[in-house]
Design a binder for this molecule. Structure first.
Ligand code: APR
Ligand code: PHB
Length: 391
């Protein structure tokens, strides 16, 4: 098998890249180790930055998003039983975000790819990337029990944090930057209309809580829990009681309960692998970097990477110049580190570390009061949340 761009992984990064390349007249093959149902049902975050919304629309993948997605013009910060709304359009010159689940983005892109794109092979596991620093890189993979080789001009590793692509960058050329957090998120899906029309980020002495949503009738809620917590150890009524405690306000706001249809625990980490390119191998999305979910940046970063790669390759095809491909890693990393900073700030602003001192507790409250009383501080949050421009 041979193609121009071999794409490993059919998460949002790989799927959107295949679509962007198809639109630019560049052929690709996508290899995905899991089956279609698995990819389409994996629960992930659901906030699309303004730039991500624009890219999906321009790629012809925004039709259902525009019909079913919920435009959000702000979020609420809740702390010390008080509520403070951050108004995105007013602070950013009209920018907002869209609530539309990552699984839905993946479903839309898979349907388009199968209808009019290049090959997308499910249950095709990449085993290794070879010859990354030669003119003809290859992906060895196994599909339906048979080993095969995909010969490429370029390989893009969109295979997530646990993938194989990153391993093809020699250790002597790699640098990694990492931070793990001593807590995770217990996330639930519940068949109940969201109790607030915007997302609520709550700071509480007992830990962080987040109210989010999937649709007007499905709520998504999270609780900060100790690292290593087993989701099944939490009874449904205990989850609701804890959510109620952490969201409590002085003005009598009520949290609506409903049947919990899913629960799981997500670990929290920050991670960056530099560089994001080695020869003709490019890393995109979670394969190169992880952010804690507090700022909802994971999917949006993946989109920024593949937009940068598609532009760079199109430029090379049109002009013969590899200038933008050569700049890929540096271009992406600028934005990646801004998102790392933003996600770290949001995480440390809102979570209670198990070893937090009384001094740190007071500082957190001072940071929240500052956000609630300074337009400059609020603008910084609003700009970060609605997203940094794609390079
Ligand atoms: N061969 C083929 N496919 C693989 C392999 C492999 N060896 N290893 C992993 N994959 C697939 C996974 O099954 C998954 O479908 O690569 C895909 C990677 O997708 P994601 O993990 O969704 O990563 P990405 O596309 O970069 O999207 C980033 O996903 O993890 C969230 O919060 C993150 O929202 C962000 C987004
Ligand atoms: C979600 O809806 O899953 C979600 C929303 C906002 C976040 C993280 C996750 O910051």
């Amino acid at each position: 098998m041979r193609t121009t761009v071999g794409i490993i992984g059919a998460g949002p990064a790989g799927l959107l890249l295949a679509r962007l390349l198809h639109n630019a007249g560049i052929d690709s093959v996508v290899l995905e180790s899991r089956d279609r149902a698995y990819v389409e049902h994996r629960q992930r975050a659901g906030i699309l930055e303004q730039g991500t919304v624009d890219v999906l629309r321009a790629a012809g993948a925004g039709e259902r998003m525009d019909r079913e997605g919920l435009r959000h013009d702000g979020i609420e910060l809740r702390y010390a039983k008080k509520r403070h709304r951050v108004d995105f359009p007013a602070l950013t010159g009209g920018r907002s975000v869209m609530v539309y689940a990552q699984t839905e983005v993946c479903k839309d892109l898979i349907a388009l790819q199968l209808k009019e794109g290049g090959p997308l092979l499910f249950e095709a596991e990449a085993l290794a990337v070879e010859g990354a620093d030669t003119g003809s890189p290859r992906v060895r993979f196994r599909h339906e029990g048979v080993e095969d080789v995909l010969e490429c001009d370029y390989v893009v590793g969109c295979d997530g944090f646990w993938g194989v692509a990153r391993k093809a960058v020699p250790a002597a050329l790699s640098r990694t930057f990492e931070r793990t957090y001593p807590f995770g998120w217990l996330g639930i899906l519940a068949d109940v209309p969201p109790s607030h029309d915007e997302l609520v980020y709550a700071h509480h002495d007992r830990g962080f809580a987040l109210l989010s949503m999937r649709t007007p009738t499905v709520s998504r809620l999270y609780l900060q829990v100790p690292e290593g917590t087993d989701a099944e150890a939490w009874r449904d009524e205990d989850i609701w009681a804890e959510l109620e405690r952490r969201f409590e306000t002085a003005d009598g706001w009520r949290l609506q309960r409903g049947p919990i249809t899913q629960k799981s625990v997500t670990p929290m980490r920050s991670y960056v692998h530099e560089p994001m390119r080695h020869g003709r191998l490019f890393l995109a999305g979670d394969a190169a970097h992880i952010v804690p979910p507090t700022g909802a940046k994971g999917l949006n970063l993946a989109v920024g990477d593949v937009v940068t790669f598609a532009r760079a390759l199109t430029y090379e095809k049109e002009t013969g110049s590899a200038e933008l491909l050569d700049a890929y890693s540096a271009t992406c990393l600028g934005r990646v580190w801004q998102a790392e900073r933003f996600s770290y700030d949001m995480t440390t602003l809102l979570h209670r570390a198990p070893d937090a001192t009384a001094f740190e507790d007071r500082l957190q409250l001072a940071r929240l009061e500052r956000l609630a009383s300074s337009r400059a501080a609020e603008t910084d949050l609003a700009e970060g949340y609605t997203g940094f421009p794609f390079g």
